[in-house]
Design a protein around this ligand. Sequence first.
Ligand SMILES: C=C(O[C@@H]1C=C(C(=O)O)C=C[C@H]1O)C(=O)O
Length: 272
Amino acid sequence: MITPMSASSSELRVGSVPYLVGRPLDHGLGREPGITLEHDVPARLIERLRGGEIDVALVSSIELFRRPGYRYIDGIGVAGNGYVGSVQVFLRKPIQEAASIAMDPASRAAAALTRSLLYEREGGAPEFIEVPLGADPREAKGADAWLRIGDAALRETLTIDAPAWNPSEEWRKRTGMPFVFAAWIVAEDVDIEPHLEAFRRARENGRSAIPALAREAAETWRLPEAQCLSYLAEECSYDPGPAMAPSLREFQRRAALADLCAKDLLPEPVHL
Ligand SMILES: C=C(O[C@@H]1C=C(C(=O)O)C=C[C@H]1O)C(=O)O
């Protein structure tokens, strides 16, 4: 794979999600010397990380357990404390009765979480319908429910009182832990250490920017500012800290049981 000429070999090529939930962690990162920052949906970021087109990505935690050689920045990531308005399984039938669920094609972590939580459902797991990238899972033929992530899910949640099942809330009930949706995943042989300070600064700047981010989102989407703020500041957390590694391990254990990842990969944490 030929890398773009604009990225010199010493530049760290960083990817992040295009959703509001990524902003508190990547704030100003693209203006740091030696770093280029691009946004793309999680499924595409993973392809680009695997293909060597990017070096680091704020992306689906499950990827850590699907390929050897990754590391991750410890202590920071996109985590759900419980209910999270931007990761929803919207329902046409109650979750216990849904025979088929269409998956958001952009998602990898929420998709694996949903599958692993329903793996041992009483009466058997539902069928999971994969739809192509760019397609709307809501339109999948015959689906009793559909998973949606990101801004589209958040806006649907806050504007329509649609029945939904919340995977992150279910995870909290079952495990008592926050759920880590996304981590800064570092590709093999990438020298992240000289750039760690920039990632720490982005997190600090992002923390201070949360009220402004909530205000902007509320204006753009014509939503109540208080709800956007409670989404960013309370439902989501960006500093899972020492809870991060045990939560990731528990996710790996449960996902491996459902055959969704390797049970024995041990990605190394990079201390910030
Ligand atoms: C909370 C979210 O976390 C995310 C969910 C991801 C996934 O399902 O693969 C990946 C990165 C994050 O964007 C969200 O997108 O709403």
